[in-house]
Design a binder for this molecule. Structure first.
Ligand code: CU
Ligand code: ZN
Length: 160
C-alpha cells in the first residue's frame, strides 16, 4: 500500500531547542504503524515529555498548539496504556550533550484517515511526563509535564 511521510521542524522561543522529527506511516498486512525518527538538541539532560498536540498553530508559540491530540476522549497515559491520548508518546531521553535521539513506533498516530496527525504539532516539554501516574491534579490530562520548550507543525513530505 506504500508509505506516507511527514516532518516537523522543532524550535523554541526563548531557548536553543532545535530539531527535526520525521514520521513514516507504513501500511502492511499486519496493519498500520507510524515510525517516528528524530533528533532534538538544546534540551536539559534527562527525561522530557514528548507529545502530539491537537493544533498546528504556533501563532503565540507552542501554547497555541492546544491540548494533547485526543480523538477518542481518553485520559492521559503512557504510550503502552489502553487508556491514553493518541498523542501520548511518553518521554524522550536527553544525554549530557543536550541531544535526544528519537526512535519510536506507534499505532495511534497515522498520517492519513480521520485520526491523522498531519497539520497537528509535536511538542517537547521542560519536565518528564509522569504517564498519568504521578497523582498530581494534571497527571490525567498532561502528565504534569511543565512548560512547552519546543514545538513544530507536522507537514506532509514527499513520499518518494
Ligand atoms: Cu505536550
Ligand atoms: Zn496526553
Amino acid at each position: 500500500m506504500g508509505t506516507v511521510k511527514a516532518v516537523a521542524i522543532i524550535s523554541g522561543a526563548d531557548n536553543d531547542v532545535r530539531g527535526a522529527v520525521h514520521f513514516i506511516q507504513r501500511t502492511t498486512a499486519c496493519g498500520e504503524g507510524t515510525q517516528v525518527e528524530g533528533r532534538i538538541s538544546g534540551l536539559s539532560p534527562g527525561l522530557h515529555a514528548f507529545h502530539i498536540h491537537a493544533l498546528g498553530d504556533t501563532t503565540n508559540g507552542c501554547i497555541s498548539t492546544g491540548p494533547h491530540f485526543n480523538p477518542l476522549k481518553k485520559d492521559h497515559g503512557s504510550p503502552t496504556d489502553e487508556e491514553r491520548h493518541a498523542g501520548d508518546l511518553g518521554n524522550i531521553v536527553v544525554g549530557s550533550d543536550g541531544v535526544a535521539v528519537i526512535s519510536i513506533i506507534d499505532k495511534q498516530i497515522p498520517l492519513s484517515g480521520v485520526h491523522s496527525i498531519l497539520g497537528r504539532a509535536v511538542v517537547v516539554h521542560a519536565d518528564p511526563d509522569d504517564l498519568g501516574r504521578g497523582g498530581h491534579e494534571l497527571s490525567k490530562t498532561t502528565g504534569n509535564a511543565g512548560a512547552r520548550v519546543g514545538c513544530g507543525i507536522i507537514g506532509l513530505q514527499s513520499s518518494v
